[in-house]
Design a protein. Structure first.
Length: 163
């Protein structure tokens, strides 16, 4: 089955008592434009989001028929959770993490990154309040400019359209 768009989210979607089949995604898969996976029940799914980054969130509905909904389940992973105490700490942490080209996530006043032992030790040694936890990393900060063009379609978009 090929899925090209999200239908909504379980928070606002009327499931009408249908069975929910979860499509489990790792944090690094939530922005993949093309992805082949299997749902928990073993149903083959191909995600093809050629126009834009899908930015999957927990409980996004990808498919619905009379009996079943296919819904995104973001899997928790080992993470560094940082509780900054000041704007200075936020700036310092963001600079250090950005300098290492690591993805940065933000939720409930916490900064989070996928677990990396050297970064964890560096943050601890610098006196930041950090913990190692299993978290669902799903609200990634947008830290770079998206590719664009003045002609309306980028080379990347043209290549994706051809695939």
């Amino acid at each position: 089955m090929i899925i090209k768009e999200k239908l909504g989210n379980l928070e606002t979607f009327d499931d009408e008592g249908r069975a929910i089949d979860r499509l489990e995604l790792e944090w690094f898969e939530i922005n993949k434009r093309i992805l082949s996976k299997q749902t928990v029940s073993g149903r083959g799914v191909i995600l093809k989001f050629l126009d834009k980054m899908p930015g999957f969130q927990q409980d996004d509905v990808l498919f619905a028929d009379d009996h079943t909904l296919i819904v995104v389940e973001i899997l928790p992973c080992e993470s560094i959770v940082i509780r900054p105490k000041s704007n200075y700490e936020i700036a310092y942490i963001c600079y250090e993490i950005g300098n290492k080209h690591l993805p940065l996530f933000f939720e409930d006043e916490l900064l989070m990154i996928p677990y990396d032992e050297p970064v964890y030790k560096m943050l601890k040694a610098s006196g930041f309040e950090t913990e190692k936890q299993d978290k669902k990393l799903q609200h990634q900060l947008k830290t770079s400019v998206a590719p664009h063009t003045h002609s309306g379609e980028s080379l990347f978009s043209k290549i994706l359209r051809l695939s």
